[in-house]
Design a protein around this ligand. Sequence first.
Ligand SMILES: C=C(O[C@H]1C=CC=C(C(=O)O)[C@@H]1O)C(=O)O
Ligand SMILES: [Mg+2]
Length: 464
Amino acid sequence: MRILHQSQGFTTFEQAVSRAEKSNRSVLYSKTMEIDTIDPLQFYEAGYSIFNGTRTFWQDPKSEAVFAGAGAARTFYIEDKNRFDALSNQWNAFLKDAVIDNESSVGGPVILGGFSFDPEKDKSHEWSSFKQGYFQLPAFMLTVNQYGHAFLTMNIVCNKGENAVSVWNRMQQQKEALLNKSVSTLQDVNVVSIKEYEPDEWRSSITSVVQRIDNKELEKVVLARKVKVQFDDKKRSDSVLEKLRDDQSESFIFSFEAGDSCFIGATPERLIKKNHNKVLSTCLAGSIARGNTMEEDQQLGHELLNDQKNLGEHEIVVRMISKSLEDLCHQLTVPKQPVLMKMRDIQHLYTPVEGETDRASILEFVKELHPTPALGGTPTHKAMEMIREEEEMDRGFYAAPVGWLNAAGDGEFAVAIRSGLLSGEKAYLYAGCGVVRDSDAESEYQETLIKLRPMVRAVGGTIS
Ligand SMILES: C=C(O[C@H]1C=CC=C(C(=O)O)[C@@H]1O)C(=O)O
Ligand SMILES: [Mg+2]
């Protein structure tokens, strides 16, 4: 066997190995190096043959951080219902003793994944791989920053008694394979059918919830539904990601593979971004279609900005997010009026909220903010109870926080709407809408159809 002692990083790797030997504990070795620029999707696709089932992808709307991960150095399965604290504890314990060899300000050990929407809801079979939280520390992670510079992070978990040289050599071979693999065009599969589940019952549940809102049981609740797509063969996440990236560049694009399943989507809704002491959250609620002409589109936008039902739906979110962040930030800026955010199929009311904080971890913010009334409701507790009662399905990770986190506690989380679960020859796609006093069942149903469109299109189908 060829011994690659001289390769970049071997000395620091040996340090991690000897730490593992001495302490008899697992020790993380993480090495980041700048590499020639490479398209993150190409890297993701190149990972298919060796790492199918353990790949990850994340791109924010401004492409400030694009991550593609292949292989899992460590998977964090969170079973505890107190899922945010559980991940925080596991991540911090895991980083203890880590040898991090990184001269750049990007890369380093980063975990990517998400949490369940509601830990109290019984878990359905299709979501069984994801638990209450599912995060991957990629074995190989490509980071491309906003200047197009590319970095490769290699993460290795060292254990006592392992043959360091052979572990190192295997990693080097896999690295070469990932970076040099030419990717052939995908043979895509066909959509056989798209099934809605009891749409009439769903409309009736909206009407009954509106009555309960009238009776002052609660102010707002977001009700969701799913559709099932059947393909004629296994659907690969690569092809879905490619379409989402072409169509939904103003959204967060994500993919988390878990064996035969993959949670994937393109969501416009940021939950929280934390970079040192700066945090940014966004309130997104209230929706209207795009117009067919520029005039019609502007007219619809104007209508949305002045519509009392949608303004009310939005204001509830701004109120809750501001209140939650007040406790965690020493300075907060909240604009008085929303503006429009336009995506290919839909326009929303949008209010960015910025703050300054001395809190260490983004997970503290995720814990405080989730579920916002953009996907839960107000009062939160009552809305969650009503979702459990009214929705037959398990939302799984739909409408829940997904994102990434680094060793310093910085990162970004979005709310996983406009998303779906790929599961072999099937996919489940999800959409919901904010129900308030003035909601009308048919309009809310139509709103979910619009919201389903990007994912239906991305898997190769069409819907109304
Ligand atoms: C719950 C969803 O959207 C939320 C985000 C933006 C606008 C919404 C609305 O107008 O109802 C929803 O609160 C979804 O897309 O599944
Ligand atoms: Mg709405």
